[in-house]
Design a protein around this ligand. Structure first.
Ligand code: ZN
Length: 211
C-alpha cells in the first residue's frame, strides 16, 4: 500500500524549487540523477532486437546500467547485417550518456520515495574488464580478418604478374596450376626470353614459366 502514495510525494518534491536536482533515480530513488537512456542491441542475422533502458539514473545505477548494456551489446550486437553497423554507434552513444551520470555526486536517499531496488546498484566491473566485451570483439575481428585474407589471397594476383594459370585459365596459385605469369605484354615478341609459354587473353599476351 506504500506505492500509491508515491506519485503524490514526487509531485510535491518536484514542485519544491529549493531543491537543486531535477530528477530522482528511477531504480533506487536517490538523488542526484540524470535523465539519460542507455541502449543495447542483440543482433539476429539481418535485423535484431534494439533495446533501451530509460532513466533517470543516479551515478551508481547509471554506471551499472551503462556497463551491462554496453558489454552485452559488444558481445551480442554484431551478429546481424544492420546491427553490425549500428553496434559501434550504440556503444559511442552510451559512452556520451555515461559521462552525464559519471559526473554526478554520490547517490543519497530521497526521504519519502519508495525505492524499486534495495539501494543504488553496484556498478560492477568496467566494460572492458568483462570477458564478454572482448569475446565479441575478438570474434568479429577474426571473422573480418579471415574474410579479408580470403579475398586478398585468392584474387590479388589473379590474371596479374605473379598469378598462376592452369590449362590456359587464370587460377589462384593456391590451387593446382602449371604456369606462372612473369610478364604481360602487347606483343608476343616482348615476352622475356625465359618464358616457357604464353597465353593470349583479354587482347594481351601473358608470358608464362612452368610452375
Ligand atoms: Zn540509483
Amino acid at each position: 500500500m506504500s506505492s500509491p502514495t508515491e506519485p503524490g510525494l514526487e509531485q510535491a518534491w518536484q514542485s519544491d524549487e529549493g531543491l537543486p536536482y531535477d530528477a530522482v533515480c528511477r531504480l533506487c530513488r536517490c538523488i542526484p540523477a540524470a535523465n539519460v537512456t542507455f541502449r543495447g542491441i542483440r543482433g539476429m542475422i539481418l535485423l535484431g532486437s534494439f533495446l533501451r533502458d530509460d532513466g533517470p539514473f543516479c551515478r551508481d545505477c547509471g554506471l551499472a546500467t551503462f556497463r551491462r548494456m554496453t558489454a552485452n551489446t559488444l558481445a551480442f550486437g554484431w551478429w546481424g547485417l544492420i546491427p553490425f553497423f549500428v553496434t559501434p554507434i550504440t556503444v559511442l552513444d552510451n559512452l556520451v550518456q555515461r559521462r552525464k551520470v559519471a559526473k554526478l555526486a554520490a547517490p543519497q536517499p530521497m526521504p519519502g520515495f519508495v525505492p524499486h531496488v534495495p539501494g543504488p546498484l553496484n556498478p560492477g566491473k568496467p566494460v572492458m574488464s568483462r570477458v564478454r566485451s572482448w569475446a565479441g570483439i575478438v570474434i568479429v575481428l577474426a571473422v573480418l580478418g579471415g574474410l579479408i585474407s580470403l579475398f586478398t589471397n585468392a584474387d590479388s594476383t589473379l590474371g596479374k604478374v605473379g598469378g598462376c594459370t592452369n590449362y590456359n585459365k587464370f587460377v589462384s596459385c593456391n590451387s593446382t596450376h602449371d604456369g606462372k605469369i612473369i610478364d604481360i605484354v602487347e606483343d608476343r615478341d616482348q615476352c622475356p626470353s625465359q618464358s616457357d609459354s604464353l597465353l593470349l587473353a583479354r587482347g594481351l599476351v601473358y608470358c608464362l614459366v612452368d610452375d
